[in-house]
Write a protein that binds this ligand. Sequence first.
Ligand code: IMP
Ligand code: MG
Length: 180
Amino acid sequence: MADKIGKILYTQDDILKRAKEIAEEINRDYDGEEVILLCTLKGSLLWIGDVMKNLTVNTKLDFISASSYGASKTSSGVVKIKFDPEINMYNSNILVVEDIVDTGNTLKYVLAKLQERGPKSVKVCTMLNKESRRTTDLHADYVGFEIDDLFVIGYGLDFDQKYRNLPYISYLEEDDVESL
Ligand code: IMP
Ligand code: MG
C-alpha cells in the first residue's frame, strides 16, 4: 500500500517552481492594488503558502470552507459552506486560492456567495485543474497544473481526510482504493 502512494505526479520542487511563476503573474496583474487571498480549507494550505510567500502586492488573508465531498471520490453535488470568511470584501479584489477544480460545482457556488458581498473583483488560483471533468462554466484564472482525470492526493489533497501531509502530489487507482 505505502509504495503505491509513492507514485509521484509532481514533486515539491515542481510545485514550488510553478507557485513562484504564478505569484509573478499575480504581482503583475494586481500591481498597485491590494488582494484578499481566500484560502479554501483544507486542501489549499500548502499551495497558498508557496504562492503567498512570493507575492509582493499588498495582501490580506482569510479562509473559507465549503464542500460537496464526503468519504468518497465523487461529488455529492450538494455544496455546504462550513466556514465563512469574516473579512470585509466590499470593493476588494478577492483571489480564491483552491487546491483543485474538478467539476467546478463547489467553486461555482462559493463564487456566487462571494458576489453577494460586493467585491471589486473575484478571481481563482488553483494548484490543479481537471478541465476534462468540468460540468459547469467555472473558469480558473491561474492554474498550477492541468491534470488528467485522476484522483490525486498529497500536498494538501486528501482521500477520506488522509495523505494531506505528503510533500508531493500522487494519485490513487481503483485497486489502491479497494486496499486502503
Ligand atoms: P468540484 O466541486 O467537483 O470542482 O470539486 C472540488 C473539490 O473536490 C476540491 O476542492 C477538492 O477538495 C475535491 N476534489 C476534487 N477532485 C479531487 C481529487 O482528485 N483529489 C482530492 N480531492 C479532490
Ligand atoms: Mg478544495
